[in-house]
Structures are given as C-alpha cells and as structure tokens.
Design a protein around this ligand. Structure first.
Ligand code: PEP
Length: 244
C-alpha cells in the first residue's frame, strides 16, 4: 500500500522533519512511504537523501515568474519531491475552488509531479447528495487530463468530518469500502475502465496505529495520515500495524 504522510504545519523545526523522514527510511516494510514536509523543509530533507519519497503539501497555480510568495511545480520538483498534494480540505477551506484545483493538477503534471488529489465531503446526508459533491470534485479536477497521465494520479478520499478526530471517529469499514467502490464507478463512468484501473485510492481522516488495520478494505491502495505521520513514533506504529 501507499502511505502519504502530511506533516501539515506540525513540525516547526527542520531537524524534526528530517528525523521523521530518516526514521521512515529505516523502516522495513512492503509499503511505499511518501512524506510531505513544509515547503521550507522540503529541499533540506531531500538533500539528506533519507530514502523515502517526498511530496509538497500544495503548489502554485502559476507556472513560475513574477508571482511573489508562490511555489511553482518546477520549484517543487527541483527540490526533490516526486509528489504533490492538491486540493487538501484545509486549502479548500481557505478558498481553493474546484477550478483552482484543476489548474494545480495540470501544473503538477506538466512538471512531472505525481498528484495526490484530495476529495471529500463536509458531512453525509440521508439523500446522499455528498456523492454528487465528491463526483464533481473528481471530475472537475481531472477532466482535461490525457489517459496516459492518469497513472500519475492518486485520489485521497478524506471526508472532512473524519479529519483530526479520535480513532473511533474515522470512517467505518463498511462506509469506506462503499465509498472506494463509488469512486471507482465515478472514474469508470466519467473517464474509462483503464483510468479506473490506473488511479490509486487512499483514505485519510484520523488514521492511526489503532484503527488502520480495520480500514485496509478491498480496493483501497493506502492512507493519507496527518497527525499520525508527524512523529517518528506514531508513523512507525502505523506502519507496523499495517504490516501486522
Ligand atoms: C488530513 O488532514 O489530511 C488528515 C487525514 O489528518 P488526520 O490524520 O490528522 O486526521
């Protein structure tokens, strides 16, 4: 499976980020670990050649040039990252629209970065309108993409109501399995069977060592932990629980 650890802004010191990345590099596991430190720590950590793949937590909509404060896809890939998280709910909460997300996906792919596209509803309703919400987030972000590029897309399903909570408040196994199937259906119906098979699907939202095993449902390709990835102890425990 794939584990994309999002450090968010938990680690203020570059040495702490490096320590987690180095510890992850030393884990013996069959899972692929990709860690997303802050922009400022990315190049530093990459230079230490810690043995795990790296991601940025966001990227600019601009290609480069006169855009003060922006971090372009090219800067990210030249800093040693292979992946970038796009459309995280915390970015969307700050005003990132589906259209901005789509632009960022294109920028990332043009710079040969692999995209971890975050989607997920704020809440679930009895009429299941949240399913149309997720569909729109996926289709709008990916509609201009060439079929060959879909192998570079990972979808992280992160229901907002499950983020930052306790172990018991993550999604249920049944609901996760059903949502993974639904996302595959969206990919098949709006794109192609080949696209559906190429795109990996992760789950994020209060994943940790206690609940991860029960969330390893059929069809799921991995996880996007936030808090559990931001210390070497909790990340190691998570990976060991997956391997147990
Ligand atoms: C997240 O925000 O992407 C996330 C999954 O956070 P946490 O694991 O802390 O709930």
């Amino acid at each position: 499976m794939i584990i994309v650890g999002n450090f968010k802004s938990y680690l203020s010191n570059k040495d702490d980020a490096e320590a987690v990345v180095k510890a992850a590099g030393k884990l013996t596991t069959k899972h692929k670990i990709i860690l997303a430190p802050s922009f400022v720590h990315l190049g530093y950590v990459a230079a230490k050649k810690a043995g795990v793949a790296l991601a940025a937590q966001d990227l600019s909509i601009f290609e480069g040039g006169a855009h003060t404060g922006e971090v372009s896809a090219d800067v990210i890939s030249n800093s040693g990252a292979s992946h970038v998280i796009v459309g995280h709910s915390e970015r969307r909460a700050d005003g990132e629209t589906n259209s901005i997300v789509a632009t960022k996906v294109c920028q990332a792919l043009s710079a040969k970065l692999k995209v971890v596209l975050c989607v997920g509803e704020e809440s679930r309703d009895a009429h299941a309108t949240y399913l149309s919400f997720i569909t729109e987030q996926i289709v709008s972000a990916l509609k201009g993409i060439k079929e060959a590029d879909f192998k570079n897309i990972v979808i992280a399903y992160e229901p907002i109501w499950a983020i930052g909570k306790g172990s018991n408040e993550a999604i249920s196994t049944d609901d996760l399995e059903e949502t993974v199937l639904f996302i595959k259906k969206v990919l098949r119906e709006n794109f192609t069977e080949k696209v559906m098979k190429a795109v990996k699907i992760l789950y994020g939202g209060s994943v940790n060592a206690e609940n991860v095993k029960s969330l390893m449902v059929p069809g799921l390709d991995g996880f996007l932990p936030g808090r559990a990835s931001s210390s070497k102890e909790t990340l190691k425990a998570l990976v060991e629980a997956m391997d147990a």
